[in-house]
Design a protein around this ligand. Structure first.
Ligand code: HEC
Ligand code: HEC
Ligand code: HEC
Length: 123
């Protein structure tokens, strides 16, 4: 194999490896979070993994509720939805923030204020 061919095949192997990493995240979430990310993972129609790059996704910060409550901290338990989403004839998520099915303003505010009402959690 010539030098160019070796370079080409090495590049292909690298490309294949990074593709595998991109499509199969090695992160293992606690069960209650995995119960949501199995459908809302990187390759799904409503991906949400970007929240783990924000303040709200810091599992080690107990104030975020992410480790204990997971997605439920903002979307409610939504267990019926996780069993069978509305699209498949089941239920919508308990609390939604935008689109046609968004929850009332009162419920949306209350959800954020459950953590952000204290003086230490205001801007
Ligand atoms: C079996 C796949 C599946 C699982 C598991 C799942 N979802 Fe969903 N989710 C969907 C689908 C499909 C939609 C599109 C709306 C629908 O059909 O309910 C959706 C929509 C949503 C929306 C957007 C709602 C809107 O109207 O904008 C939120 C928020 C959501 N899911 C949160 C969650 C949470 C939180 C969990 C875990 C408790 C979860 N989902 C588990 C498939 C799933
Ligand atoms: C700190 C509160 C908070 C937490 C925690 C949270 N979300 Fe959300 N989520 C929101 C808000 C607010 C929106 C609406 C964002 C927008 O309008 O751009 C949203 C939107 C969504 C959507 C709709 C995306 C779309 O494009 O329509 C899905 C699906 C979703 N969240 C799933 C999840 C899942 C799964 C988790 C857990 C891994 C989670 N959320 C954790 C606040 C939260
Ligand atoms: C379970 C608790 C909890 C809930 C619910 C919650 N937050 Fe937060 N939020 C936090 C924590 C903890 C921080 C980080 C505060 C700090 O570092 O001082 C934060 C930070 C923020 C920040 C500052 C920007 C940043 O990323 O640091 C904004 C803006 C914010 N939250 C908005 C919201 C909105 C809007 C909602 C409702 C959709 C919401 N939060 C729901 C706990 C929560």
């Amino acid at each position: 194999m010539g030098r160019v061919m070796r370079w080409v095949s090495a590049t292909l192997v690298l490309a294949a490896a990074s593709f595998a990493i991109a499509t199969e995240p090695r992160v293992h979430f606690p069960d209650h979070i995995a119960n949501c990310t199995r459908c809302h993972g990187a390759n799904e129609q409503y991906p949400v993994l970007s929240i783990f790059a924000t303040t709200h996704g810091v599992l080690a910060d107990s104030r975020t509720g992410m480790a204990k409550q997971g997605c439920a901290a903002c979307h409610g338990p939504s267990l019926d939805h996780a069993r069978l989403p509305a699209r498949a004839g089941g239920s919508e998520v308990d609390i939604a923030f935008h689109g046609e099915r968004k929850s009332s303003t009162a419920i949306r505010n209350q959800t954020c204020m459950s953590c952000h009402a204290g003086a230490g959690m205001m801007h």
